[in-house]
Write a protein that binds this ligand. Structure first.
Ligand code: XMP
Length: 215
């Protein structure tokens, strides 16, 4: 994934044509497009391939399963053209290692540490450093840490060294792109603030400009 604007679009728009229009409008600005179950369930897994012609695609499938199932999901996503897959750490080292081994030479694995919504403080936040260490030991490319709590981005950074941090929670969830990058995130992930706006290209450009002010 290129590291230019440091902005990743979370494309949770469920209308296929609208999703492709938005992808076309912002693919020159964003460094990657992250897709999640809503778009895959509404438009089909072919969207992974379709979008991969426009941008790097991160499949945010939050995989949390036994190693064999993890293998099948990661293999399927990368086989359709994804560049990376997001998995949960709490399933433990064997599942995480299986994800990393399946992706080796084909793509990257990002691990969830602490989730960005308020409920993320209940179980994930108290265990985030330990969850991050599982990912470090298994060799993931990076981690997902919350833009809604920049202090927690800084805390995760201390545990993971120079591995990447992708940070969701900017815009609709209240986080700030510049604060997340200043706290140590490499990229921010932005969904509704871009894809629900009247002018996704302009909003993406504005967020990229904001990020540039703190680089
Ligand atoms: P919005 O519309 O809130 O979209 O900008 C955010 C996108 O990111 C996902 N998300 C997360 N993914 N860990 C993750 O792995 C998180 O803590 C997290 N918080 C939000 C969300 O599903 C949506 O696609």
């Amino acid at each position: 994934m290129r590291k230019s604007s440091r902005l990743i679009l979370a494309l949770d728009e469920t209308d296929r044509e609208k999703a492709l229009d938005i992808a076309d409008a912002v693919s020159g600005t964003v460094d990657a497009i992250k897709i999640n179950w809503p778009l895959v369930l509404s438009a089909g897994p072919e969207m992974i391939t379709e979008l991969s012609r426009r941008s790097d695609v991160i499949c945010d499938f939050k995989v949390a399963d036994i190693p064999n199932t993890v293998h099948l999901i990661v293999d399927g996503a990368l086989g359709r053209g994804a560049s990376a897959v997001i998995v949960h750490s709490f399933t433990g080292s064997d599942s995480m290692k299986e994800a990393v081994d399946t992706a080796a030479g084909r793509g990257n694995i990002y691990a969830v540490t602490e989730m960005s919504h308020p409920g993320g403080k209940e179980f994930t936040a108290p265990n985030a450093e330990a969850l991050a260490l599982v990912g470090v030991r298994c060799g993931v490319k990076g981690f997902i840490a919350p833009a809604t709590r920049p202090d927690r981005i800084a805390a995760i950074r201390k545990v993971i060294g120079d591995r990447e941090i992708l940070s969701p929670g900017v815009g609709a969830q209240g986080g700030s792109a510049s604060a997340a990058i200043s706290a140590g995130a490499d990229y921010v992930i932005v969904g509704r603030a871009i894809y629900k706006s009247d002018d996704p290209s302009k909003v993406a450009g504005d967020i990229a400009d904001e990020i540039r002010t703190v680089l």
